[in-house]
Ligand binder design. Structure first.
Ligand SMILES: Nc1ncnc2c1ncn2[C@@H]1O[C@H](COP(=O)(O)OP(=O)(O)OP(=O)(O)O)[C@@H](O)[C@H]1O
Ligand SMILES: [Mg+2]
Length: 590
C-alpha cells in the first residue's frame, strides 16, 4: 500500500472514537455473518435430518434475530464511518488551504490554479472515500477472512486445505490488479487537473479569447483534454472489467473443489450434509472479503494516487521561510539598503539581478526606470520578501529582511502591484483589506489621498458598491486608485508603487502627486515610474538595465551624464517626448 495513503490516516486522528465505533459495528456485523452458518447447520443436522420441528422453528427465529442485529450493525457502520470521513475531509481541505496561504510567490508561479482546485475537491473526496468506506470495509474483510479461515480449519481441516488453494491465487490476481491500477488513477487525476486548468484559464481570459475570435481554438483545446480524460477513464474501466471475471473464476474454482471433495466425504459418512452446507457458506464468507478487497483495491489505488497529490501540496516547503526566533519589527524608520543583491528565480538558469547595491534614506523617494524586463519589479519585490535574494542582502533599517517576521515586515510595507487585484466585496472592504478594523473616516481619507473619492462618491452605493469577482465593473485606472488607497490605509513606512500611475491620466496624476506628496512625506517610497513628472520629483533615480544599476542620480544630472537614461526618458517615459537628446548620445545611438 502506498505510504501517502497511510499518512492520510492521520486526518482520522481527531475522529478516532467515531472511527473505532464504526470498526466495532463492523465487527458486530461480521460476527453475525459468521454465526448464521452454525445455526443453519443445526437446523439441517438436528432439525431437518432428525425431524425435530421445534429445533427448526427456534433456529429460524434465531436466524432472523441474527440477521436483524447484523443489519443494525451495518447501518451504524455506514453512518459512523461517513461521520468520521466527512470530518477528515473537512480537516484535509483546511490543512491544504492553510498551506497554500503560507507558500511563497514562487510556488504560486509554478502551480496551476486548476491543479489546486482539483486537489482541494476531487482528490480530497477520493481520499475520504477510502478512509470512510474503503478502509472500514477492508478491516471488516480482514476480520471475516481470518474468522472464516479459523472456523473452516476447526470444522474440517482436510476440506479447509482444499479451499485454501484458492486464496493465494486470488491474492496474486489482486496484487497485480492494484499495482496496475495505481498509476492509471494517478494519470486520471492528472488529466482531470489539466482539464480544470484549461477551464480556469479560459474563463479568466475569456475577453481575450473573444477579442481575437479564438473560440473555436479554445473549444478544440478543451475537447482534446476532455477526450484524453475520457480515454483514461475507459482504460481504467477496461482494466477493472477484465480483472473481475478472473477473480470470480479463481474463487469459484475453490467452491467447486470443496463441493466435490465434500461430497466424497459425505458419501463415506465422514461428514454430515449440514456440515457441508455450513462449510460452503464459510467458503463464501471467505471469498466475499476477497472480492470486497478486490473492489476495495480500486478505492485503495485511487485514494493512494490522490493522497500523493494532496501530500505534494502539504509537504511543499516555502521558499521564504521565517527564521526561528525572527525579530518582530516594531518601529521602522524606513531605511532600505540593497547590498550586492543577486537574484535567480527558481527554475531559471540565468540571474535576473546581478549585483544591485543602493541605499534609500528614510523618507526618500527613489524612482526606478529601465526598459521592459530589465528587472524593476524584481528589485522592489525583494523588499517585502516576495522572493528571497540568492546572493547579498536586503536590509530594512539595520535588519536583514530575512531576520524579521514576515507579518511585521509586510505590515510596514504598502505595495501597489503592477496589476491591481480586487476581491469580491464592497469598495470599502477592498480598501480596508490590509486593516479590516479601519474606520469609515480612515477609509475615506485613504481614498481621497489616492484620488479615488470623487468617482467612488458618484457610484450609486458609494463605498458600499460591490465590485465583481475581480473588480471588473471598474476601469483600469479606478481599480488602480483603489489599490493605492488600500496600500496607503495601512500607513506603511515603506511604499512601493509598481507602474501604479501608468493607467491614470495626466491630470489625475498631478492631483494624485499633490496628495501623495503629503502622504509620502516621511515614507520611504519606491516608484517604478512611467512618467517624466514622477521621475523628476524623485530624490534619486536608478536606471536598471539587464538586472544591474547602470546609472543613478537626479534627473538633471543623469540627463547630462547617461545616454541610457536620456534615451529611456525620451522614448519610454510619458511626457519625455520633448526632451532633447545630448549630441554625444545621438551619435553613439546611430
Ligand atoms: N516570477 C518569475 N519567475 C521567473 N522569472 C521571472 C519572474 N518574474 C520576472 N522574471 C524574469 O525576470 C526578468 C525581469 O522581470 P521584471 O518583472 O523584474 O521586469 P520589469 O523591469 O519589471 O519589466 P516591466 O517594465 O515590463 O514591468 C524578466 O526577464 C522576466 O522574464
Ligand atoms: Mg515590472
Amino acid at each position: 500500500m502506498n505510504t501517502d495513503l497511510l499518512r492520510s490516516l492521520r486526518f482520522m486522528r481527531r475522529y478516532r472514537l467515531v472511527a473505532a465505533a464504526a470498526v466495532l459495528a463492523v465487527l458486530g456485523s461480521s460476527v453475525a455473518d459468521l454465526i448464521a452458518p452454525q445455526i443453519l447447520r443445526r437446523i439441517i443436522d438436528q432439525g431437518i435430518t432428525a425431524g425435530r420441528r421445534e429445533v427448526i422453528t427456534s433456529g429460524a427465529l434465531l436466524l432472523i434475530g441474527v440477521a436483524a442485529a447484523g443489519g443494525v450493525a451495518q447501518f451504524l457502520q455506514g453512518f459512523l464511518s461517513a461521520k468520521a470521513s466527512h470530518g477528515a475531509a473537512y480537516d484535509m481541505r483546511e490543512a491544504i488551504f492553510e498551506r497554500l496561504q503560507t507558500l511563497s510567490f514562487s510556488y504560486h508561479d509554478r502551480i496551476q490554479t486548476g491543479q489546486l482546485i482539483t486537489r482541494l475537491t476531487s482528490d480530497v473526496d477520493l481520499v475520504r472515500d477510502f478512509v470512510g468506506g474503503g478502509l472500514v470495509q477492508a478491516i471488516a474483510a480482514a476480520i471475516m477472512l481470518v474468522g472464516a479461515v479459523v472456523l473452516l480449519l476447526a470444522m474440517n481441516w482436510q476440506l479447509a486445505l482444499v479451499a485454501l488453494v484458492a486464496i493465494p491465487l486470488t491474492i496474486l490476481v489482486l496484487v497485480r490488479f492494484v499495482s496496475k491500477l495505481g498509476p492509471m488513477f494517478r494519470g486520471f487525476q492528472q488529466r482531470l487537473s489539466a482539464l480544470n486548468s484549461i477551464l480556469q484559464e479560459n474563463v479568466a481570459g475569456i475577453r481575450v479569447v473573444k477579442a481575437f475570435a479564438r473560440e473555436p481554438f479554445e473549444a478544440a483545446r478543451y475537447r482534446a483534454a476532455n477526450e484524453s480524460l475520457l480515454q483514461q477513464g475507459l482504460t481504467v474501466r477496461r482494466t477493472v472489467a477484465n480483472a473481475f471475471p478472473l477473480l470470480f473464476s479463481v474463487g469459484n474454482l475453490g467452491v467447486a473443489l470443496v463441493v466435490w471433495a465434500g461430497a466424497v466425504q459425505v458419501a463415506h459418512g465422514r461428514l454430515t450434509v449440514g456440515e457441508l452446507v455450513a462449510f460452503t457458506s464459510y467458503l463464501m464468507l471467505l471469498l466475499q472479503p476477497l472480492f470486497v478487497l478486490g473492489f476495495g483495491a480500486q478505492t485503495i489505488a485511487r485514494a493512494g494516487a490522490s493522497a500523493s497529490r494532496l501530500f505534494e501540496v502539504l509537504d511543499a516547503e516555502t521558499d521564504v521561510p521565517e527564521r526561528p526566533g525572527a525579530i518582530e519589527l516594531t518601529n521602522a524608520r524606513g531605511r532600505v539598503e540593497f547590498r550586492d543583491v543577486h537574484l535567480r528565480y527558481p527554475g531559471s538558469d540565468a540571474e535576473t539581478l546581478n549585483g544591485v547595491s543602493f541605499v534609500v534614506e528614510p523618507g526618500a523617494t527613489i524612482a526606478l526606470v529601465g526598459s521592459t524586463g530589465s528587472g524593476k519589479t524584481s528589485v522592489v519585490n525583494l523588499v517585502p520578501r516576495f522572493y528571497d535574494v540568492t546572493g547579498g542582502a536586503v536590509l530594512l533599517d539595520d535588519h536583514d529582511v530575512r531576520d524579521l517576521t514576515l507579518a511585521s515586515l509586510r505590515g510596514r510595507i504598502g505595495v501597489v502591484m503592477q496589476d491591481s487585484v480586487l476581491f469580491s466585496g464592497t469598495i470599502a472592504e477592498n480598501i480596508a483589506y490590509g486593516k479590516p478594523d479601519a474606520t469609515p473616516d480612515a477609509i475615506a481619507a485613504a481614498a481621497q489621498a489616492a484620488q479615488a473619492d470623487t468617482f467612488i462618491e458618484q457610484l450609486s452605493d458609494g463605498y458600499d458598491t460591490r465590485v465583481g469577482e475581480r473588480g471588473i465593473k471598474l476601469s483600469g485606472g479606478q481599480r488602480q486608485r483603489i489599490a493605492i488607497a488600500r496600500a496607503l490605509l495601512i500607513d506603511p513606512r515603506v511604499l512601493i508603487m509598481d507602474d501604479s500611475t501608468s493607467s491614470v491620466d495626466a491630470e489625475t496624476e498631478s492631483a494624485l502627486r499633490a496628495s501623495l506628496d503629503r502622504l509620502i512625506g516621511g515614507r520611504t517610497t519606491f516608484i517604478v515610474a512611467q512618467r517624466l513628472s514622477t521621475v523628476k520629483r524623485a530624490d534619486e533615480i536608478l536606471v536598471i538595465e539587464d538586472g544591474a544599476v547602470v546609472a543613478r542620480g537626479t534627473h538633471e544630472a543623469l540627463l547630462a551624464e547617461s545616454c541610457v537614461y536620456a534615451e529611456i526618458a525620451a522614448s519610454q517615459l510619458v511626457g519625455g517626448e520633448e526632451l532633447d537628446l545630448p549630441e554625444s548620445c545621438m551619435l553613439e545611438g546611430e
